[in-house]
Design a protein around this ligand. Structure first.
Ligand code: GTP
Length: 361
């Protein structure tokens, strides 16, 4: 049986302020910590033993997932004293693996939502005899990513930095953040210091002549590293566009978690999620958004493609469009917050009427 390592120790800086109090894999997507979807998908693919490589806010994982038996898994937790990077984290958990040196070990980044056929990736690894097999995905605009070209047999030929000129865009294939390592390759990563698997381990293996195999597909794939992507991914889970056995209830336009209070005439659309204890007031419209637990959206407010943090309050008639509101923040009535604006945890924004009268005096 294949076992897996999940890399969940990153600081999630691009997702701030959501990751100020909560590590990225524990931010709820479709009503449950995002990591639940990955664990459930791994279990569905036959994985039984998972090691979580933790660092940032490490203490919150075990109290929630325990020994993993609720998900049918055997979970172990390893915490780094100092962040070791993606490769260092793998080496640091190697002693917990049960696999023999030649066995395949699955590795997942903790922030990828994907329909990857996990068994197919393991199959590719076995049949190609690779040292490492990488899931690759195609993106319409590869300029923001390191590129991973392959030859006619799918063997990786290079790891290229983000392209700076059109001539440097030699492929639209990028590293999708899911791998199969032959166990002995993990054991050979240097111990006790930070190592980046993307920048050091993979290019180093290629230079030594190791066999790195790519598996390209066109399945659902989203890196939930930014607030907008996170909200999109959560909505796609609710709408059924992204596959996960862990979405509570049936797919539909919205997901209201037990204990939330939604006014009968409030409109929830586009995969919106309302967390436990949250309240949506009369006449409010919430579209393609995530409202975390205990947050309040007051009457007549409009929330589009936005994320409202735990315990935050959105005032009457306020409009949010692609905004992120940190935990406990308070946005007064009649404000308009748009275009990727981020409001820090516990910040206070007065009602627009108060701000305008202050500006005029
Ligand atoms: P940003 O700071 O926003 O880039 O996010 P991040 O910290 O999650 O970094 P990145 O997206 O590059 O990380 C890819 C995966 O590796 C994520 O699942 C991280 O949790 C994980 N990761 C990154 N650095 C470390 C580390 O030092 N230790 C461990 N255990 N995991 C890490």
């Amino acid at each position: 049986m294949t076992e897996a390592i999940l890399l969940v120790g990153g600081k999630g800086t691009r997702l701030r302020p959501l990751t100020v109090n909560t590590p990225k894999p524990m931010v709820p997507a479709a009503g449950v910590p995002f990591l639940t979807h990955q664990l459930a998908r791994a279990r569905a693919a036959g994985v039984e033993h998972v090691v979580l490589a933790t660092s940032y806010l490490a203490e919150v994982f075990e109290p929630y997932f325990g020994d993993g038996s609720a998900l049918g898994l055997q979970l172990e937790y390893v915490t780094e004293r100092e962040p070791l990077g993606t490769g260092g984290a793998l080496r640091n958990v190697a002693s917990r693996l049960h696999s023999a040196p030649g066995d395949p070990v699955l590795v997942f980044n903790g922030d990828i939502l994907t329909g990857l056929d996990i068994a197919a990736l393991v199959g590719t690894h076995r049949t190609s005899g690779a040292d490492v097999s990488l899931h690759l995905t195609r993106v319409p605009d590869p300029r923001a990513f390191g590129l991973v070209p392959t030859d006619g047999s799918g063997r990786v030929t290079a790891f290229l930095e983000k392209p700076q000129t059109p001539e440097e865009i030699v492929t639209d294939q990028i590293n999708a953040g899911a791998y199969v390592f032959t166990r002995s390759v993990i054991d050979a990563i240097p111990g006790g210091r930070p190592v980046s698997v993307e920048r050091e381990t993979f290019p180093g293996l290629l230079a030594e002549g190791a066999h790195l195999q790519g598996m390209v597909d066109s399945t659902y794939w989203l890196d939930l590293g930014t607030p907008h992507a996170f909200v999109r991914g959560s909505a796609d889970l609710v709408l059924g566009r992204a596959p996960s056995p862990a979405v509570p209830g049936r797919h539909g336009e919205h997901l209201v978690v037990a204990g939330a209070d939604v006014a009968p005439d409030a409109k929830l659309t586009g995969g919106t999620v309302v967390g436990a204890g949250a309240r949506i007031g009369p006449g409010a419209e919430v579209e393609g958004s995530t409202v975390l637990e205990g947050a309040v959206v007051e009457p007549g407010a409009v929330v589009r493609e936005s994320l409202v943090g735990a315990g935050a309050r959105i005032g009457e008639r306020t409009v949010l469009d692609r905004a992120v509101i940190g935990d406990g923040a308070d946005v007064g009535a009649d404000n308009e917050l748009r275009d990727g604006i981020r409001i820090w945890c516990d910040a206070r924004i007065p009602a627009a009427s108060v701000r305008f009268s202050a500006d005029c005096t």
